[in-house]
Design a binder for this molecule. Structure first.
Ligand code: BG6
Length: 516
């Protein structure tokens, strides 16, 4: 059953939210401009924003990388990425020609040498005059973590200068991975906060830019009927799944140092948990929303390292079949050592020790080379207190389930029991579904479009704060430590739902994983 979208009266919590504002004139400086992220996501997102009229009249995008190249060569190298990855593959040459006029390139051979930054500063000053960007600068760190400290130090005012025009701003977006562990994340925060104030730092987690993730907050706080049951009295457990069919996609070198726990759980999955479990913020602004998320993260008791083995499951994909195609195992991937013990699958239980959630387990799982691409949050409710309909005729009543489908079939479904028409009291689960595609005849914007625009507008609501990222690492750190002394990950065939231990893990808790 499709539920039509209706216009709801303005909710005071969301009052004052920006409508479609245009940012001030500015220069966006992308470090790591020759990398995969810039080519596949960032430049195409900027092109889409330009095409849809969201960028200011006066802007420039300055790519920075080590390779020598002039502006024209840079435009040519990124054009292919835009043709391939712009939303809907909707590449329009006339829009591109105009957009390309705003693209520039500066090479910095060594990020540790302030000389390169002086040259960058001179180029930006020149572009301010030519393009009218008024000294506003948004830096984007899309570089490997090893060079982040050098770049940030060289972006300090003593190297890059302070804004000449009063009111001009400098902001910085930092890509994940945000550190490798609690210590390195803290160090990165220190370096960042010495060069920029927290208000100017935008730590990106692209999941927060997804429409469906933002809709969790709207679903919860712009409706009155769900909040009263959103707690331990009605909810039995929550299952958060981030399942991917892809493997490491040529990023073996990075991934082997990271693994599924750092790559997905530390950031995307914990953000999904925080948005699902948070209390209503007092306003929909950066401070209030992040205060509530931090409260949730801080109320998750970190596992004891010794409990890491029994409270988590680790797996690594072997070869197998996905969508009918033979695929190789993780240890055969390029850049991965043949004896790697990095996990490509993790499942774990976390508890949120608050009055709202005490005793409700949050099960998180993620994996690569699983049979289906799906990201979802399934809320499983408690069983009715009394069973009026005999098991023999009902075939067993199942608990109600509310599933927020983040991707790919964006929507929300509610599973409940209904009577099968007929003489006997047969009961069967049915589903009430909301689908974005059906209810809104509107194309969804890419997460990076939303987040780049928010950073240009100075809205940090959908970015992670320093205390938030450290709270996330505090949950992850003891698991990393505990794993050092335990058995390596269990192999699972590509195309299966993870290692056999994963099922046993939930069965021991008297529950079963949802099969999306
Ligand atoms: C990235 C991870 O942050 O998220 C990747 O590094 C992962 O390994 C990706 O594939 C998943 O993002 P999405 O938007 O495709 O779900």
């Amino acid at each position: 059953m499709a539920v039509p979208a209706t216009v709801v009266e303005e909710n005071p919590l969301f009052a004052g939210l920006r409508l479609e504002r245009t940012p001030e004139p500015s220069a966006l400086v992308i470090f790591g401009a020759s990398g995969d992220l810039a080519h596949r996501k960032l430049i195409p997102a900027l092109y889409n924003l330009a095409r849809d009229g969201f960028l200011p009249q006066r802007y420039s995008v300055v790519g920075v990388a080590r390779t020598e190249m002039n502006d024209d060569a840079f435009r040519e190298t990124v054009r292919g990425g835009v043709e391939k990855h712009s939303r809907n593959g909707n590449f329009q040459p006339e829009i591109w020609d105009n957009f390309a006029q705003h693209l520039f390139y500066v090479s910095i051979p060594s990020y540790s040498d302030p000389a390169g930054f002086k040259a960058l500063r001179a180029r930006l000053d020149e572009l301010d005059t030519q393009q009218g960007t008024e000294g506003n600068r948004l830096f984007y760190l899309a570089t490997p973590p090893q060079v982040a400290h050098d770049i940030i130090r060289n972006l300090r005012p003593e190297h890059m200068g302070t804004p000449v025009l009063s009111g001009a701003w400098r902001r910085i977006i930092v890509e994940k991975p945000f550190g490798q562990d609690l210590q390195s994340a803290g160090d990165l925060n220190d370096v960042l906060l010495t060069a920029f104030g927290e208000d100017s730092v935008y730590r990106i987690d692209h999941y927060l830019g997804k429409e469906t993730v933002q809709n969790i907050m709207v679903f919860r706080f712009a409706n009155a009927i769900f909040e009263p049951i959103w707690n331990r009295r009605y909810i039995d457990n929550v299952q958060i799944t981030v399942a991917e069919t892809v493997g490491v996609e040529g990023r073996g070198g990075y991934y082997d140092q990271s693994g599924a726990l750092r790559d997905i759980i530390q950031n995307h999955a914990l953000q999904l948990l925080a948005v699902t479990a948070m209390d209503p913020p007092v306003a929909f602004d950066a401070r209030s929303v992040r205060d509530e998320k931090v409260k949730v993260l801080r109320s998750i008791p970190p596992l004891e390292p010794l409990a890491a083995a029994s409270r988590t499951v680790r797996g690594q994909y072997g070869h197998g079949v996905i969508h009918g195609r033979q695929v190789i195992g993780y240890r055969e991937e390029k850049g991965v050592p043949p004896d790697s013990t990095t996990e490509t699958y993790v499942a774990l239980r976390l508890d949120v020790d608050t009055w709202r959630w005490a005793g409700v387990p949050f099960y998180l799982r993620t994996g690569k080379h699983l049979p289906k691409r799906v990201t979802e949050i399934a809320i499983e409710f408690k069983m009715p207190p009394l069973m009026l309909f005999p098991e023999a005729t009902t075939g067993g009543v199942r608990p109600n389930q509310l599933v927020m489908n983040i991707q790919p079939n964006e929507g929300i479904s509610l599973r409940f029991e209904a009577k099968v028409p007929g003489q006997v009291m047969h009961v069967r689960p049915v589903s009430m579904d909301f689908r974005y595609g059906t209810s809104f005849a509107r194309e969804q914007r890419e997460a990076y479009e939303r987040l780049l625009l928010d950073a240009m507008l100075g809205d940090a609501t959908l970015f992670t704060r320093n205390d938030e990222v450290e709270a996330q690492w505090r949950i992850i750190q003891p698991i990393l430590e505990g794993w050092q002394d335990t058995a390596p990950p269990q192999e699972y065939p590509s195309g299966s739902w993870g290692p056999p231990n994963a099922d046993a893990f939930l069965e021991n808790e008297g529950r079963r994983w949802r099969r999306p």
